[in-house]
Ligand binder design. Structure first.
Ligand code: GDP
Length: 301
């Protein structure tokens, strides 16, 4: 199966949750779309209440013979390198911008980090159904923003789609066609974003998102840089300084499927998974095969 890892960067209210929900239903990832829609919405409302996106999440869907992991990014500046680590899991970004509001200053930080990492953006102008949509100006504003953030010529030559997440379509023109739904966005992700990158060697994964689960204990999510992993496999955890923090065994590997997680018998390099079984390893630590000696450094920015 082919694999793409992408992030969607958007200002709050520009329609990210609605778009992801439509992507899920149009990819046929769920039978019970209504239920999913409600649950995606629920978690987002909670974030809005708190005012910020606290935990980046991963949604996974299948389009034709490709699985696409969609990583949510905090829509704001952060402390301690969280944004860099999250963006290090992906090979492409979709910058989603409201056709009336245009790019907002708050997204500058995350967009700037994505550009510095060398990610080639896809720009999706959303909510073109709004009567006050001004997509031509908004494209210019996006271009100016990228240029001000030192985008390369290649990054400035970004492909653009227009559409309405709510109405479930994206197209090369703000007028449509609408009857192809979100297929143009899926196709652009497949053609513009490189295949999930991998390296040679034994199992290595940079801890990127940490959570506590009442049944599984500590769960760490990350992108597998190299090798593969199975439940019960021995792993060690290295700090950024190369010192061993702990040794243990993986009790469970969880893959993202839709907005759910399902246990896997094996996970391979390139994929984004969550692992349980270790008690001390945390974000920015390297989870790896016991023979590995060098930790992964989050790409310096
Ligand atoms: P998020 O904060 O980026 O996740 O945004 P949401 O997906 O929650 O959407 C924010 C608001 O914009 C909601 O009221 C949506 O109904 C509305 N919305 C989402 N997509 C569209 C669209 O394509 N057109 C219009 N007019 N409104 C939209």
């Amino acid at each position: 199966m082919n694999l793409r890892n992408i992030a969607i960067i958007a200002h709050v209210d520009h329609g990210k949750t609605t778009l992801i929900d439509r992507l899920l239903s149009q990819s046929g990832t769920f039978r019970d779309n209504q239920k999913v829609a409600e649950r995606v919405m629920d978690s987002n409302d909670l974030e809005k209440e708190r005012g910020i996106t606290i935990l980046a999440k991963v949604t996974s869907l299948q389009w034709q013979d490709t699985r696409i992991n969609i990583v949510d990014t905090p829509g704001h500046a952060d402390f301690g390198g969280e944004v860099e680590r999250i963006l290090n899991m992906v090979d492409g970004v979709v910058v989603l911008v409201d056709a009336a509001e245009g790019p907002m200053p708050q997204t500058k930080f995350v967009v700037g980090k994505a550009l510095k990492l060398g990610l080639r953006p896809i720009v999706a102008i959303n909510k073109v159904d709004r009567p006050d949509a001004r997509e031509v100006e908004v494209i210019n504003e996006v271009f100016d923003l990228f240029a001000a953030l030192d985008a390369t010529d290649e990054q400035l030559d970004f492909p653009i789609l227009y559409g309405s997440g709510r109405d479930g379509w994206m197209a090369k023109s703000p007028q449509g066609p609408k009857d192809e739904g979100l297929a143009p966005l899926f196709d652009l992700v497949l053609s513009h974003v490189p295949e999930a990158r991998t390296e040679e060697g034994g199992f290595r994964m940079l801890g990127t998102i940490l959570e506590a689960n009442p049944y599984l204990g500590r769960i760490v999510t990350g992108r597998i840089t190299s090798g593969s992993i199975k439940p019960n496999q021995a792993v060690k955890v290295l700090g950024a300084d190369g010192k061993t923090i702990e040794q243990g065994r993986i009790t469970k590997i969880l893959a993202f499927r839709g907005i759910e997680r399902t246990p896997l018998d094996e996970a391979e390099a390139g994929d984004i998974v969550a692992i349980a079984g270790l008690t001390k390893g945390t974000v920015a630590d390297t989870f790896c095969d016991p023979t590995v000696e060098t930790p992964i450094q989050a790409q310096p920015i």
